[in-house]
Design a binder for this molecule. Structure first.
Ligand SMILES: Nc1nc2c(c(=O)[nH]1)N[C@H]1C(S)=C(S)[C@@H](COP(=O)(O)OP(=O)(O)OC[C@H]3O[C@@H](n4cnc5c(N)ncnc54)[C@H](O)[C@@H]3O)O[C@H]1N2
Ligand code: MOO
Ligand SMILES: [Mg+2]
Length: 410
């Protein structure tokens, strides 16, 4: 079994796994933020006809070749076309049709002149200047042509894309489904959040933090509750989750303690343990196994370790299951507004609060940052990566931080 591997190796192994990715058809209004599971090919031209971009008059450009301010050309108005209607009349020399923005250009016309450049009565219109053929005409298919691949498979659906699907008459769209993420907390010391802890017990917080992190990514968390540190119970929970979940996350029980049985359970159910322990703090004892084409992540029970290793190691797999192809967190240069006094002898991700002010990024570190501390994760939106052997870092140092949530930084 691979053990004590680097962060890079862990991610390389994870990203090279074949995993089963599902698609579903959903109504377009529910598809915002999903990844397209099909190419969207247009079966129509948009606009479907030549149309007027102005309120004015449709006419023949050859009729107004001689038009000037001093000697305007007078044309007979033979019809009126509001948007949504068509004219059955064909424009002949000396004629014009009053037309509204969005209406189909009538037969015989090759330009539109806007109201403001004319003088008109109900029956006639005066034109004062020449415009060359095709002026002010939006051509059929100018926006979208029949056969265009308008949206590509893999594209993340935004607001405009929902409008595009609507214009093409698509009420349903094929997308990559939200992965179902089973979340299992292990530990005899754990109790439910509605219970009063007796001596030695604590409430299960990890399942809730992780579930919320899954939701933020767009996945569907299913909190399974608490499993005692009993090998058979853990195996049983894992096996039943494998029947429906796309990915399983457990917390606790992956280190070397007498009651740390998750790795053994993964092996005993027939999972292939891809690695155990990554050279990183917090969360060193992470164990990842593969069962058929599903990944099971055994995260450390320490709350900050579970949360941070979720972002670094689980997040890319959840994004892959959602059909996404970019997994790296955005890295930015920032100015440290805190001290990190020791030389780190291990690679370390320190939770951080990064903010933007007067064109620059600044980063503060909470005073408590050990693996078992939950409270100081609150308000953090970024990670400061400290490579083994570097540090100390002082106030004002230029550092690089990885952003967990851009909307919280800006
Ligand atoms: N002899 C050694 N002991 C430990 C080592 C080591 O190398 N040698 N590594 C330490 C490190 S580093 C970590 S990280 C932890 C990992 O422990 P486990 O993953 O086995 O997790 P547990 O032992 O089950 O729990 C650790 C800690 O977290 C609390 N916890 C667990 N689950 C939850 C939950 N759902 N909600 C809130 N808090 C939870 C648990 O009560 C413990 O305090 O091992 C070190 N030990
Ligand atoms: O590796 Mo553990 O690092 O204390 O969370
Ligand atoms: Mg343990």
């Amino acid at each position: 079994m691979l053990t004590n591997i680097s962060i890079e190796k862990a991610n390389e192994i994870l990203l090279s796994q074949d995993i089963k990715i599902n698609t579903i058809n959903i109504p377009i209004l529910e598809s915002l933020g999903y990844v397209l599971g099909e190419n969207i090919i247009s079966d129509m031209n948009m606009p479907p006809f030549d149309r007027s971009p102005l309120d004015g008059y449709a006419l023949k450009s050859e009729d107004i070749k001689e038009a000037t301010e001093e000697s305007p050309v007078d044309l007979e108005v033979i019809d009126y076309i509001p948007a949504g209607y068509v004219s059955s009349k064909k424009i002949e020399n000396g004629q014009a049709i009053r037309i509204m923005t969005g209406a189909k250009i009538p037969e015989g016309a090759d330009i539109i002149i806007k109201y403001e450049d004319t003088e008109f009565t109900e029956k006639n219109v005066k034109i004062f200047n020449y415009l060359k053929p095709n002026s002010n005409i939006v051509k059929m298919g100018e926006d979208i042509k029949i056969g265009d691949v308008v949206l590509k498979k893999g594209h993340i659906i935004g607001a405009a894309d929902i409008g595009i699907l609507a214009t093409l008459g698509r009420s349903m769209v094929k997308v990559y489904s939200k992965p179902k993420v089973a979340i299992l907390a292990t530990g005899d010391e754990l109790i439910g959040i509605d219970e009063i802890p007796k001596e030695g017990k604590i409430r299960n917080s990890n399942s809730y933090t992780i579930a919320a992190q899954v939701m933020k990514l767009g996945g569907e968390p299913i909190v399974l509750g608490i499993c005692d540190d009993k090998l058979e119970d853990i195996k049983c929970e894992l096996k039943s989750s494998l029947e429906w979940a796309d990915i399983i996350i457990t917390t606790g029980g992956v280190s070397v303690g007498d009651a740390d049985l998750v790795k053994e359970a993964l092996q005993e159910i027939g999972g292939e343990v891809l690695f155990w322990k990554v050279r990183v703090k917090p969360g060193t004892p992470i164990a990842v196994a593969k069962y058929d084409n599903k990944l099971i992540f055994g995260l450390s029970g320490n709350p900050a370790a579970a949360s941070i290793t979720f972002e670094k190691f689980v997040r890319p797999t959840i994004l892959r299951l959602m059909g996404k192809t970019k997994y790296d967190l955005i890295k930015i240069e920032s100015t440290l507004e805190s001290e990190f006094t020791k030389v780190s002898n291990q690679n370390r991700y320190v939770r951080a609060i990064t903010y933007y002010k007067d064109g620059q990024f600044f980063t503060k570190l909470p005073s408590k940052h050990s693996s078992g501390i939950l409270s100081s994760l609150s308000g953090t939106n970024s990670l400061f990566y400290i490579k083994a052997g570097t540090g100390p870092y002082k106030n004002g140092d230029k550092i690089e931080v990885e952003i967990l949530d851009c909307s919280e930084v800006l």
